[in-house]
Design a protein around this ligand. Structure first.
Ligand code: SAM
Length: 226
């Protein structure tokens, strides 16, 4: 009987290429096929590490359709690695659906440990790390207010992803729902040349970013309520 293949989820650097693991490089060189969120974005990374496997696109617009095809390959015995543009696949990135489909079909799944933006942001914040609540991106419109209301009394440290063009507006909304005096920590450009973490009350951090460039990628950590 044909032995099924294995699905690997392989984290890639969120900025600094030195953060890729030795095992990630080995697995990416050994699999039969790599699935990338954006093949053009991943091409320089794969080239840098001398990885020349076949690369197919697997992104949020085709993941349902492409998952059926991938499960077929896995069942035929192919080993497949999923990578995203940066960080750990399935963390605010495509992956969850494919993992669920693979498991439903009795396929072994293994996520390698590696880079992800929320862990360094949480640890840098200085807020309690024993219990935290990862919210990823808040919904853009519908449901955003409801989510803020639900999170206002959360006692665990909150972690959110945010885009640069929405940061100031989000800080305004947080001041409204969590109170302007709540402590937050905003990390930007983690592992990159202009990495910085700004800590203070919501209004202090907002004032800082009103006078400094709001550029790059951001993680917001919010201290839990008391
Ligand atoms: N899969 C990724 C991970 O494991 O963190 C997250 C992908 S999500 C599409 C992209 C968001 O992650 C960005 O908008 C930002 O909030 C956060 N992010 C990614 N890289 C970052 C970095 N170097 N510094 C700060 N935040 C980052």
């Amino acid at each position: 009987m044909n032995q099924t293949g294995k699905l690997y989820l392989v984290p890639t650097p969120i900025g600094n290429l030195e953060d890729i693991t030795l095992r990630a490089i080995r697995v990416l060189k050994e699999v039969d096929l790599i699935l990338a969120e954006d093949t053009r974005t991943s091409a320089p990374l794969l080239k840098h590490f001398d990885i020349h496997q076949k690369v197919y696109a697997h992104h949020q617009h085709n993941e349902h359709q492409s998952s059926n095809e991938i499960v077929k390959f896995l069942k035929e015995g192919k080993n497949i690695a999923l990578i995203s543009d940066a960080g750990t696949p399935a963390i605010s990135d495509p992956g969850f659906y494919l993992v669920r489909e693979a498991l439903k079909n009795g396929i072994e799944v293994e996520c390698l440990p590696g880079p992800t933006a929320f862990v360094p942001a949480l640890v840098n914040s200085g807020f309690p790390t024993d219990r935290f609540c990862f919210e990823g991106f808040l919904p853009l419109k519908k449901g955003r207010q409801t989510r803020y209301k639900a999170l206002a009394d959360e006692e665990r440290t909150l972690i959110l992803y945010e885009s640069p063009h929405r940061l100031l507006k989000t800080l305004d909304e947080m001041a409204l729902y969590f109170g302007p005096g709540r402590q937050i920590s905003v990390s930007r450009e983690l592992t990159k040349m202009f990495e910085e973490t700004v800590r203070g009350t919501i209004s202090e951090v907002k004032t800082y970013f009103e006078t400094h460039p709001v550029k790059g990628e951001f993680v917001i950590c919010v201290a839990g309520k008391n």
